[in-house]
Design a protein around this ligand. Structure first.
Ligand code: ZN
Length: 103
């Protein structure tokens, strides 16, 4: 029984190595695997380069993002939303104008 299995295996190996079509398929597989390996290595190098170069792209995108402007309820000056002072749901450019308007 074992002999039968072994001889069957040998037959397949012999077939794979000697058949011209199978041989060229093996060469093609080798080339495809080399290309895939190159792609994987290139991707890894690109990722490592991105990690260690500080990656300035997201900061540039944040800086380019426009910020909403709001108008001071007291003097009418337009102020970026991050710098606005909100008092009783009304926007103000500074503490002084908020105090003056609330009086
Ligand atoms: Zn103001």
């Amino acid at each position: 029984m074992m002999n039968a299995v072994c001889s069957f295996k040998d037959l397949i190996i012999d077939f794979d190595l000697t058949h011209p079509a199978t041989k060229s398929n093996l060469d093609l597989m080798l080339i495809v695997r080399l290309i895939l390996l190159l792609i994987v290595v290139a991707t890894l190098l690109w990722l490592l380069k991105r990690l260690f170069s500080g990656d300035p792209e997201p900061e540039q995108l944040d800086a380019a993002k426009p910020e909403n402007m709001r108008q001071c309820k007291y003097c009418g000056v337009h102020v970026p939303e991050s710098a606005i002072l909100v008092r009783n749901d009304a926007p103000y450019c500074c503490q002084e104008h908020a105090d003056l308007d609330q009086q």
